[in-house]
Design a protein around this ligand. Sequence first.
Ligand code: HEM
Length: 466
Amino acid sequence: MDSISTAILLLLLALVCLLLTLSSRDKRKLPPGPRPLPLLGNLLLLRSQNMLTSLTQLSKEYGSVYTVHLGPRRVVVLSGYQAVKEALVDQGEEFSGRGDYPVFFNFTKGNGKHRLLQWDRWKKHEERILEEAASAGRAAKTEGEPFDPTFVLSRSVSNIICSVLFGSRFDYDDERLLTVIRLINDNFQIMSSPWGELYNIFPSLLDWVPGPHQRIFQNFKRLRDLIAHSVHDHQASLDPRSPRDFIDCFLTKTAEEKEDPLSHFHMDTLLMTTHNLLFGGTETVGTTLRHAFLALMKYPKVQARVQEEIDLVVGRTRLPTLEDRAAMPYTDAVIHEVQRFADIIPMNLPHRVIRDTAFRGFLIPKVPGHRFIITLLNTVHYDPAVLTPRITSSYLTTAPHPATPAGRRLCLGESLARMELFLYLTAILQSFSLQPLGAPEDIDLTPLSSGLGNLPRPFQLCLCPR
Ligand code: HEM
């Protein structure tokens, strides 16, 4: 071997040593976790239960910050109030990236730029919410006949976000509204099932496998077409001086910034952002209300006490308003408690660090594509260290719950959701009592499935006029 070959060989050896040292140093700083198998990662540890239970169990073994391999993807998992708060609130800036979520991302291609929008105009929609809540009550007034509230609630709640986005509400039997609800409901169910979870782990593989997950993208496409149709109508009648709704505001901004090559305001962003708001604004609140109905039927004394407070503060001759809330601490606490125990997005949406981040003595590197962070909101909502007493048959505390999402990347619809939950519950309980079909103690509050969402078990109830 001549001296040049020897030098090249030595150089290569040195390079390999350097890479090995760097990668093991990187690993040393990563939070601990189970040893992964090639390709499968730690899937064998996760196979027997649902993902949430498995990840929670692993946190008991590896601590509140650990690393797990979902197939080939390396993921950092945070659990418990303290760790999640330190990441999302105390180091909110670093943890504010959005992690990969293939069931969404393969459709949106990252075009849902919610964070560009400072959408703080929900308050002016109070009247619309009350109208919808009252219409839902009327629609559900089936002379005390039992009915499943899912569809009535989705239709009504979805109509609120539709009027914010599209400028007008739909009639309850309008085919466009019914289609939106059917598609979103179907997708939320699939995403909350094992198929949705599996897709998030092996998207490229699952693209080739038949199954219900294939419907997710057909459904998304149909929603997108529906939105595109409405945007087209808006363009034809746009008056930038008097925007009628969210789409008009967005189109106006797009026109203002059309010369700016860095602008995020363009058609794809509009379609995806509208889609994400429609999705977020439809299923979440309806699902929380169904959890609330079940809890209030299981604990009739709590329901009666909320009604007493409504009678005292609002009376029966006018509808409740947001101003009443401050004078209704018990009702307010019930809603907080429902949100906590319903825990409807139990594993949060995935986050990502926007730069290499030191966290609790570990280093969480910013590596595009492969790593993301799961914050187990479920373990926050059920953390024994901060847990407030639950609803019981006789009482409920007014202590605030450790509500999340929190930090820099917030739920864009949070204040709208809070308004909706308060106005719907009070408007319905003002006029009706919720009656279960069987004995209250037989009501099962455990969720039917937990993936993206915690879905309550299907049920029927009667609305009995008070
Ligand atoms: C009870 C009702 C709701 C709950 C529990 C809820 C929960 C959440 C959670 C956990 C996140 C992820 C936050 C994070 O990444 O840390 C989120 C994000 C989001 N939510 Fe909500 N949400 C609710 C209602 C709504 C409503 C009514 C809308 C629409 C008007 C909405 C629109 C969104 C959007 C667009 C995002 C993505 C924000 C981003 O990526 O920057 N949500 N929500």
